[in-house]
Design a protein around this ligand. Structure first.
Ligand SMILES: *Cc1c(COP(=O)(O)O)cnc(C)c1O
Length: 412
């Protein structure tokens, strides 16, 4: 290969140290694959479900069965899975507007929700939740865990929805364990029976053998161009949860009283099914890549999150660099190691919905799909690269060599 001996040897040694972690990831993937397979078998998925549909889409069995399969995988009562939600942000937005009413209060309990939701919740004069009279309150994590005292103190008569982000967002913290999210859900429901708990599940699907809806969360929301689309789904979002929550979200997505009775897709549904089928394996490939990157960059002195030897709770690997230049050269190496647009040089850019300039490396087949190997970082100190995805472990391994050489050469 084109890499120097030192690079190859650092990678090989790191890979040796990953063996136990890899074996654990394979066990998780096996359990999830079985869960997904059962859902396909028990819903009698067949070729007829992949068909293209048009017009209103009444009795669209491809759409309806896809929702049933997702609901079963999430052990939820119901689900909406659709390309009509254009992104994860859109799915989260529709869910928030579907569940909240004027006078209600939204309580975020894992710090600020993902960057793109800030304006959705608090924007001025743009039809934000605030414009519609929904109040917002936030409790930050304390040492990376729920601050139960502060949560208790923040729940009041108006609290309608408790929002938790499973993944880390753009922060130097680890993702949250599903079991901890479950404990928190029970805690808030004990304090106020009618409160709903919603989880931003982006980057979390199939990282564990259970999902938030297994442990008391009312509704889990995510993107189909991350883990659960398996790298195959072309676009879309999902919500899985209780019948009542899903109904309210469906009424907001289309029209009150119509909900998911309608909605056709002229392109056909095969890729959503096949993506879900592949997702446990693809997520495991991405996680193996994350573990390898962690070992390699820790071995040359960088801080990474999750910490070496700790389990992954989402597919992201955070790597803290010393300078902006190092961060940028890391992201450029990820781009250079991509199968698509490898000749493109990423630059920091103003992105809609983000506060700082962001640099994004995503040489992907599905545009911007971050289940494919990609890296992004807001340009602010400390200089943290957020690396995620990788459809194959081999790709991540090769990319790790590019990144390692690029960062080490920059140091000379
Ligand atoms: C990606 C992501 C979103 C938003 O998804 P988009 O599809 O980019 O709009 C929300 N929350 C988290 C934690 C994410 O990683």
């Amino acid at each position: 290969m084109q890499f120097n001996e030192n690079t190859v040897s650092l990678i090989q040694k790191a890979e040796e140290r990953c063996k136990n972690a890899f074996a654990q990831l394979e066990r998780i993937a096996l359990e999830n694959q079985n869960k997904v397979l059962d859902a396909f078998r028990e819903n009698n998925v067949g070729q007829r479900h992949f068909a293209q549909t048009n017009g209103y889409g009444y009795d669209d069995i491809g759409r309806d069965t896809l929702c049933k399969v997702f609901a079963q995988v999430f052990r939820a009562e119901d689900a909406i899975v659709t390309p009509l939600m254009v992104s994860g942000t859109h799915a989260l937005t529709v869910a928030l507007y579907g569940l909240l009413r004027p006078g209600d209060e939204l309580l975020a309990v894992s710090g600020a929700p993902y960057d793109t939701l800030k304006e959705v919740i608090l924007g001025d004069g743009i039809g934000s939740l605030k414009d519609f009279g929904v109040a917002y309150r936030q409790v930050d994590l304390k040492d990376g865990a729920f601050d139960y005292d502060a949560i208790k103190a923040s729940i009041n008569d108006k609290t309608k929805l408790v929002f938790v982000g499973r993944s880390r967002g753009y922060e130097w913290r680890d993702a949250l364990d599903v079991r901890e999210i479950g404990k928190m859900a029970h805690f808030v429901k004990d304090l106020k029976q009618d409160v709903l708990v919603m989880c931003d599940n982006c980057y979390g699907e199939f990282v564990d053998t259970i999902e938030p809806t297994d442990v008391g969360v009312d509704i889990a929301v995510g993107s189909l161009i991350k883990n659960i689309g398996g790298g195959i789904a072309p676009s879309g979002g999902y919500v899985c949860g209780t019948k009542e929550c899903v109904k309210q979200v469906a009424y907001r997505l289309t029209s009150p009283s119509i909900g998911t009775e309608v909605g056709s897709y002229a392109y056909g549904y095969r890729e959503f099914y096949q993506g879900l089928f592949l997702a446990p394996h693809v997520t495991m490939q991405a996680l193996k890549g994350s573990v390898l990157f962690g070992e390699v960059f820790a071995s040359i002195g960088y801080k990474t999150m999750p910490l070496p030897k700790s389990e992954c709770k989402d597919i992201i690997r955070s790597i803290m660099f010393d300078t902006e230049d190092e961060l940028i050269s890391f992201c450029r190496a990820v781009q250079k190691a991509s199968p698509v647009d490898s000749n493109v040089t990423p630059f920091p850019w103003d992105m809609p919905g983000y506060e700082h300039q962001v640099i994004m490396a995503a040489g992907t087949f599905v545009a911007g799909a971050s289940i494919e190997l990609s890296a992004d970082s807001p340009i602010k100190a400390p200089y943290i690269a957020y690396l995620q995805g990788g459809l194959t472990y081999e790709h991540a391994k090769i990319a790790a060599m590019y990144c390692l050489e690029s960062v080490l050469n920059g140091k000379k």
